[in-house]
Design a protein around this ligand. Structure first.
Ligand SMILES: [Zn+2]
Length: 356
């Protein structure tokens, strides 16, 4: 099952994956269930359930269940008289993340599904997917660059060029760049990026070793306790006020005015408390999965050549400027930025602690 995802990321079409699986004589999910002696029941009728098809492969690749997420309530019966089941809209489904042991990571699942989006736009089933396919964009017209090859003196020259210019020579400009140069430049950039991410990870490890994250949570927790105490004080004051009014110490009008002031204070503190609780919850949660993408990156360590797998893992898009200049937009850039600012904040907190 894991291999199906791996092959897809490496650029194999769903047709080729089906061929490969049939070649290996592996049972399809339906057949597998039969072999296991399970009561065979499937939502749709597969005529040739003993053979893999691009449809069975696609349904596996698109099924979020393999990331460990359970989806329930996809269909419903309107009422007990009508037996027919209807499919609910995706927004109404109930999803339970981390329900069971995942077969693929969320990263790989998302990568595979973004490939589907790209392929439906460009590639017919069997076309070879080059490492950089669909990732190169023209800096001037914003359109795709396409791969071309020419033979000269018996040698083949492969390059990328602006698709718009190629179609209409009065539009845009060539933005031509040699495939070999481009791949070399991308290889070097990815390696540098991995180095930087590696540094970030080490720093993060150091920080968590110093338990600075913990102190952020502790700080918020202390503040939360203070606010809860304050809320209690306001409530007591309001009760005292009500007693004073009843025993005639203060007038009804005065009571109304004071009471209004307290109500405002109370609702402000209540909002504070709710906000603090939310941010503490966020801190606790983010601690765990904020940096999971880093491990996905680090896995590649020292790469010596680029392939489709590496390109889709690391690169969101590449903008090609005139004159052999390229700009690489990496995936997870928001998370990367947030890791950097997290490190900077931790540094500030540490500095503050030393000064006091
Ligand atoms: Zn262009």
């Amino acid at each position: 099952m894991k291999n199906i995802f791996k092959w897809r990321v490496e650029g194999l079409s769903t047709y080729k994956i089906a061929d490969k699986l049939n070649g290996k004589g592996l049972p399809t999910p339906a057949e597998y269930k039969k072999l296991q002696g399970m009561k065979y029941k499937s939502g749709f009728n597969l005529k040739s359930s003993t053979k893999w098809t691009h449809i069975t492969v696609t349904s596996i690749l698109k099924n979020i269940i393999y990331t460990g997420t359970l989806v329930q309530g996809k269909t419903t019966t309107p009422n007990h008289k009508v037996k027919k089941r209807i499919t609910k809209s995706e927004a109404e489904w109930v999803t339970v993340p981390d329900n069971h042991q995942p077969i693929v990571s969320k990263e790989i699942f998302d990568t595979v599904n973004s490939l589907f989006e790209y392929d439906t736009k460009t590639a017919p089933g069997n076309r070879t997917v080059y490492p950089l396919s669909g990732k190169l964009f023209c800096s001037d017209c914003g359109g795709n660059l396409i791969r071309k090859s020419v033979k000269r003196d018996g040698r083949e020259y492969v390059f990328y060029t602006c698709a718009l210019k190629l179609k209409d020579k009065n539009k845009c400009s060539s933005h031509r760049i040699k495939e070999k140069d481009l791949e070399e430049c991308i290889l070097v950039s990815i390696r540098n990026h991995i180095d930087r991410v590696f540094d970030v990870r080490n720093t993060l490890k150091l920080i968590s070793g110093l338990r600075l994250q913990q102190s952020d949570i502790e700080l918020a927790d202390t503040e939360l306790k203070n606010k809860i105490k304050l809320l209690g004080e306001y409530k007591t004051s309001k009760e005292t006020l009500a007693k004073s009014c009843m025993s005639g110490i203060i007038s009804r009008n005065n009571f109304n005015d004071f009471s209004k002031v307290y109500d405002e204070k109370i609702s402000a503190v209540e909002k504070n408390i709710a906000d603090l609780r939310e941010s503490i919850e966020k801190m606790l949660k983010s601690d765990k999965d904020r940096f999971s993408w880093i491990d996905e990156f680090i896995k590649y360590g020292n790469i010596t050549e680029i392939n489709r797998n590496i390109v889709v893992t690391f690169i969101d898009r590449i903008i090609v400027h005139e004159g052999n200049k390229v700009e690489i937009i990496f995936t997870h850039r928001d998370e990367y930025e947030s890791a950097i600012s997290f490190i900077e904040n931790s540094y500030e907190v540490a500095k503050g602690k030393l000064n006091t």
